[in-house]
Design a protein around this ligand. Structure first.
Ligand SMILES: [Zn+2]
Ligand SMILES: [Zn+2]
Length: 233
């Protein structure tokens, strides 16, 4: 059976590996150390704006945000466990190599140890698929609560066939939303929000990312407030 038999539903999904009710004991006390790890060929020019948005959303949750640049997948493991698939978004006849999310968690967990981080988020230009559900191809991002790690892929955040899309600002805003979304999963220990304007809303395509805001809704803000009160920050 073709992986695309069910059409676009398989595309562009992001998922939580562990649903909230299966997540384990609290592992982190806030404030904590957050690291953003640039894996592959991702521009770091957005770094200050990203820091601004993270600090604005998760005010006082971090001692600081470290940016770890120029991290690459080691050549000897690059081709391991990859999936070769057509990218339907960019309508190219060429197949691309998708990397499994576990490979990124391995890198991130490693960097967390090296840089003494509590939460690590990888940002990559490479296309990804979910190691926990291999039907989920070309993910925007995924969070893994047990590892306190997340990965965001910029690969499908730009539609090369849509000229409008080439605006850098628009592209960056999508990245910021997805980064905040995945970190939101880790901090709030929650699933998706039903408010389609909330940054914690699940987006199945870039149009839906564009139509949601970069902010938490009031309900999600109150969840954040509860974590804040719990940890006295
Ligand atoms: Zn999500
Ligand atoms: Zn919400």
């Amino acid at each position: 059976m073709s992986k695309f038999q069910n059409g676009k539903d398989f595309l562009n999904k992001h998922t939580l590996v562990l649903p909230i009710n299966q997540s384990t004991n609290r592992q982190i006390i806030f404030p904590c150390h957050l690291g953003i790890i640039f894996i592959g060929n991702v521009s770091t020019s957005m770094l200050n704006k990203l820091r601004f948005h993270l600090e604005q959303t998760f005010d006082s949750f971090f001692y600081g945000i470290q940016f770890i640049k120029n991290v690459n997948i080691r050549p000897e493991i690059f081709e391991l466990r990859v999936k070769e698939e057509h990218n339907l978004l960019n309508k190219s006849s060429e197949k691309v190599l998708l990397q499994p999310t576990n490979k990124f968690y391995e890198i991130i967990v490693d960097k967390k140890f090296e840089y003494k981080l509590d939460i690590g988020l990888g940002l990559t230009n490479l296309p990804i698929y979910s190691s926990s559900n291999e039907k989920l191809l070309f993910l925007f991002g995924e969070a893994h609560i047990k590892y306190m790690s997340a990965i965001v892929s910029t690969h499908n955040l730009i539609d090369l066939f849509n000229l409008e899309d080439l605006k850098l600002e628009k592209m960056e805003r999508r990245i910021f939303k997805e980064v905040i979304h995945e970190i939101g999963h880790l901090i709030l220990d929650c699933g998706h929000c039903i408010n389609d304007y909330c940054v914690m809303h699940f987006s199945k395509n870039i149009k839906e990312i564009d139509s949601k805001s970069i902010y938490l809704c009031e309900k999600c803000k109150s969840k954040l407030k509860k974590v804040r009160e719990r940890d006295n920050i």
